[in-house]
Design a protein around this ligand. Structure first.
Ligand SMILES: Cc1ncc(COP(=O)(O)O)c(C=O)c1O
Length: 429
């Protein structure tokens, strides 16, 4: 369910005509819908709170999915926590108004200075991924005279996800400490001055559209909670990660109920029934994925004997998911196509000098012309947050819509900003 729909022949984000945003902000531009973000967050939070065995469930929005300040402030105001993976994300979460006690710091390789910063801020929890990190955290926190609350991110050897590059839970993946090591590490940690182990975490992958792999992984974790407790360890928290997938293929009359969220919450409730733990969740894509679109303008048509290229002003540096994960995005023309309008098969491509800069091949769309606007749907997650300046293109701007209002929450980068960050070496200055 999202709040992008046709009205009077034009595609709107909530009550704002996308043509207006394109004219006033320019293209390409990401446009996010506050109502959609709020709806997804509320649905998810209510479902997991109701399912949690102690009624205690904390939702830490995985801000890597979309770290736009407007999006973060929207979620912070709803009471969400933040799941962060770098000092930059911790800093941005704090700047957006997430209190430290609602911030979790995950990530495979945290540096000493990053850990020091996070501990100084008094964040809620560090998710430790290696034995070296356990030692480092204890040393860093000890020097600050603190004892940082932490959990072990465990690799359950059950991976899942929509693509090999976003599967994280298999023992072949780099993430987390191995299942067999947790008991030994817990025992070691008990004697360390700078950490207080509070429980366990896992995250098995992204764009997961079923509950079976979760169930298998969570069942293993619940058993591990039991065995650690039997050894006398304190296990108060179980952070179940993120990864719930979203429908990328959406018919225009889409009115999808929150089925997967409900099925997931029900499974969580069953697997953790009777377990005295506080649950944590780290959803990213589910909250913001279909709350955002990438709005782009057709630049040129390039007909070939066998195909027709549609060259648009967005490129793989703005939205890398198709090039990186072979990801599918619906394309909706901003001018509503007439019912039964003839369709043309287009290869939709960007201006970057790589054949991989192809959003889709052979996609049937109503006939389009230069200057027409189209929207890549479901681009709110891992869109702008993965954008770059490749080919010396300006970072794409971002706009947040709320009702009939919109605000530019990240202006288009300027050429001064782009060129001004480089420094010539003294021998060539
Ligand atoms: C540790 C961790 N938590 C949560 C997430 C969010 O995943 P998703 O956006 O699929 O919910 C990720 C994504 O990579 C992650 O690495």
């Amino acid at each position: 369910m999202h709040h992008f729909s046709y009205r009077d022949g034009s595609l709107f984000a909530e009550d704002v005509d996308l043509r207006r945003i394109a004219d006033e902000v320019g293209t390409p531009v990401y446009v996010y819908s506050s109502a959609t973000i709020e709806r997804h967050y509320r649905l998810f939070e209510a479902a997991v709170k109701a399912a949690a065995p102690t009624g205690k469930a904390h939702v830490f929005y995985a801000m890597k999915a979309n770290g736009n300040l407007g999006v973060l402030k929207t979620l912070a105001a709803l009471g969400a926590g933040a799941d962060t993976v770098s000092e930059g994300e911790v800093r941005k979460a704090l700047a957006a108004g997430f209190p430290p006690e609602r911030i979790v710091f995950s990530g495979v390789g945290k540096s000493e200075s990053e850990l020091r910063y996070a501990v100084e801020q008094g964040i809620y929890q560090v998710n430790i991924e290696t034995e070296g990190e356990l030692d480092l955290l204890s040393r860093v926190a000890g020097l600050l005279g603190k004892r940082q609350e932490a959990v072990f991110r465990v690799n359950p050897d059950i991976g899942a996800g929509g693509h090999a590059k976003i599967t994280t839970g298999s023992s072949e993946n780099k993430f987390g400490v191995s299942f067999e090591e947790v008991s030994r590490l817990y025992t070691r940690a008990a004697n360390m001055p700078g950490v207080r182990m509070m429980g366990l975490a896992l995250h098995i992958g992204s764009q997961i559209r079923e509950t079976e792999s979760y169930e298998a992984a969570y069942t293993k974790m619940v058993a591990l909670v039991g065995s650690l407790r039997a050894e006398g360890h304190r296990v108060d928290r179980l952070d179940l990660g993120g990864g719930l997938g979203i429908p990328y293929e959406i018919p225009k009359d889409f009115s999808h109920g929150p089925d997967l969220i409900e099925a997931y919450a029900e499974m969580v409730g069953l697997v953790t029934r009777g377990l005295d733990v506080e649950l944590g969740f780290e959803p990213g894509r589910l909250i913001v994925g279909n709350a955002g679109i990438l709005l782009t303008r057709v630049l040129h048509l390039n007909p070939r004997p066998t195909k027709q290229f549609l060259v648009v002003d967005a490129a793989m540096n703005d939205l890398v998911r198709p090039a990186m994960y072979e990801a599918y995005h619906e394309i909706w023309p901003v001018s509503e196509p007439e019912a039964g309008a003839a369709e043309v098969a287009y290869d939709v491509v960007g201006p970057i000098c790589e054949s991989g800069d192809t959003f889709t091949a052979g996609r049937l769309l109503p006939a389009l012309r230069p200057d027409d606007l189209i929207a890549f749907m479901t681009a709110g997650a891992y869109g702008a947050s993965m954008s770059s300046t490749y080919n010396q293109r300006l970072l794409v701007p971002e706009v947040l819509v709320k009702g009939a209002e919109y605000a530019v929450t990240r202006p288009r980068q300027s050429y001064e900003d782009l060129l001004g960050t480089d420094r010539a070496p003294p021998w060539l200055a």
